[in-house]
Design a protein around this ligand. Structure first.
Ligand code: FE2
Length: 428
């Protein structure tokens, strides 16, 4: 007797008519026509059952603070950083916790059950660190929150930031962050990468740096990040986030850089929404897109994931925690409209992101955690196209969020009574 069986599901790899059996919070079996009974049965009706969405790059300390103390008038990255600096002195731990918990409610309803959030440590009070450590504990039963010690104002440029970063790690922050392009000089940035990677190596921690988030073709901290990863034996444990300068780099240089990144087994996270609105701001026309070279990096065998970065904060005023929105934007920005390319973007907000976060027991396989999402979609491409409704969100074998199928009623002579936006039209 199992706890739960989801019957007749389609899986992201294309297998159809699959039953998933759950026992004690773990997946017990995945096979067609599973011969077992269970206390709860969910009929998937042939729809897509996927592992949960994973956001590998977010800023939960700033989320839902849009308009505080004022709006970002220029919409630029630098005004966003300045605005966040204006907001910081008036932040309270309770307000950060309240907004973060509200965002996590949205995330769960969107089937987003794991988030890596950077947390700004350039505040002598470490208010945001304590707030997000509290949130991490509160949401642990339903959402994996991983925290990155992020020196927003530069670990060398901001007085005391290096000590604050070490203190944040002592308090329990999981991952070492950085922002080399925000240091005063290229040499300062290089030194920061070296120091931060050494801290991670000494303490056995993962690394995830905001790296080269500029349009400067000569901003080359990713090269240092890859070289330090190799030097310190951190292969597979280091991520470069954004890497937008790669968009503008000389192609010959990139032909040398990508193999170095592959040698370091460097993870890559692109953030298409932030990149599209914050990059290319100094351009008149033509305007650069400013997202890193996603298809080329994937073709070289690197793990590339896609992040939300911001939702309703000083840098980006829109968003709702929907990782299908992120995949949808990536498909367009990177011109990844081939079938395999779109499926790769789906992987960018699911399994690739989980791999970069080193999530334990992720994925639809026996023995893994029984975390999954039933979507009103026939396959991953259909899910991206329709930003499909999350019908059932399951954590440890229990349904923690659900939503009805979205249907529009029609009152047209001789036409169907409703539309579902599926094609061919769904009979269900
Ligand atoms: Fe970021």
């Amino acid at each position: 007797m199992l706890d739960l069986i989801v019957r007749n599901a389609t899986l992201p790899d294309g297998r159809r008519g699959i039953d998933v059996g759950v026992q004690a919070g773990r997946i017990a079996a995945i096979e067609p026509q599973l011969q077992a009974s269970a206390s709860q049965i969910i009929d998937a009706q042939g729809l897509l059952l996927t592992p949960p969405f994973v956001d590998p790059h977010f800023h939960m300390d700033a989320t839902l603070s849009v308009g505080l103390p004022r709006r970002n008038r220029s919409g630029t990255l630098l005004e966003g950083i300045a605005l966040w600096g204006e907001l910081k002195p008036s932040l309270t731990q309770d307000a950060i916790v309240e907004r973060a918990l509200a965002y996590c409610d949205w995330a769960v309803a969107q089937g987003l059950l794991a988030i890596r959030s950077h947390v700004d440590i350039c505040d002598p009070r470490l208010l945001a660190v304590d707030a997000l450590l509290e949130v991490r504990k509160k949401v642990a039963p339903y959402l994996d929150l991983q925290l990155v010690a992020f020196p927003q104002d530069g670990v060398y440029r901001s007085p005391g930031a290096l000590d604050l970063l070490k203190e944040a790690l002592r308090r329990g922050v999981d991952v070492v962050g950085g922002i080399p392009h925000f240091e005063r000089t290229m040499e300062g940035g290089r030194a920061s990468v070296r120091t931060l990677c050494e801290i991670a190596a000494e303490q056995g921690l993962l690394v995830d740096m905001h790296c080269d988030e500029t349009d400067d073709p000569l901003s080359r901290h990713v090269e240092t990040l890859a070289a330090e990863t190799v030097r310190l034996g951190l292969q597979g444990r280091v991520v470069g986030s954004h890497l937008t300068s790669m968009h503008s780099m000389d192609n010959y240089y990139v032909s040398k850089l990508i193999p170095l990144m592959a040698e370091a087994d460097l993870g890559v996270i692109a953030n298409p929404f932030a990149n599209m609105v914050l990059m290319g701001r100094h351009d008149t026309y033509p305007k650069r897109r400013g997202m890193t070279r996603v298809p080329e990096l994937m073709a070289a065998g690197l793990t590339v994931a896609l992040g939300q970065d911001s939702t309703m904060d000083p840098w980006y005023g829109l968003g709702s925690g929907d990782m299908l929105d992120v995949a949808h934007m990536a498909v367009h920005v990177a011109q990844m409209t081939g079938l395999d390319a779109m499926a790769a973007c789906f992987a960018g907000v699911t399994e690739n992101a989980a791999r970069l976060m080193h999530l334990e027991g992720y994925g639809l396989a026996p023995g893994n955690r029984a975390d999954m999402v039933l979507l009103d979609a026939s396959d991953p491409v259909d899910a991206i196209r329709r930003r499909s409704t999350r019908l059932e969100v399951i954590r440890g074998g229990k349904v923690i969020a659900s939503a009805p199928k979205q249907r529009s009623s029609l009152a047209l002579p001789g036409r169907p009574a409703e539309v579902s936006f599926s094609w061919p039209p769904s009979s269900k």
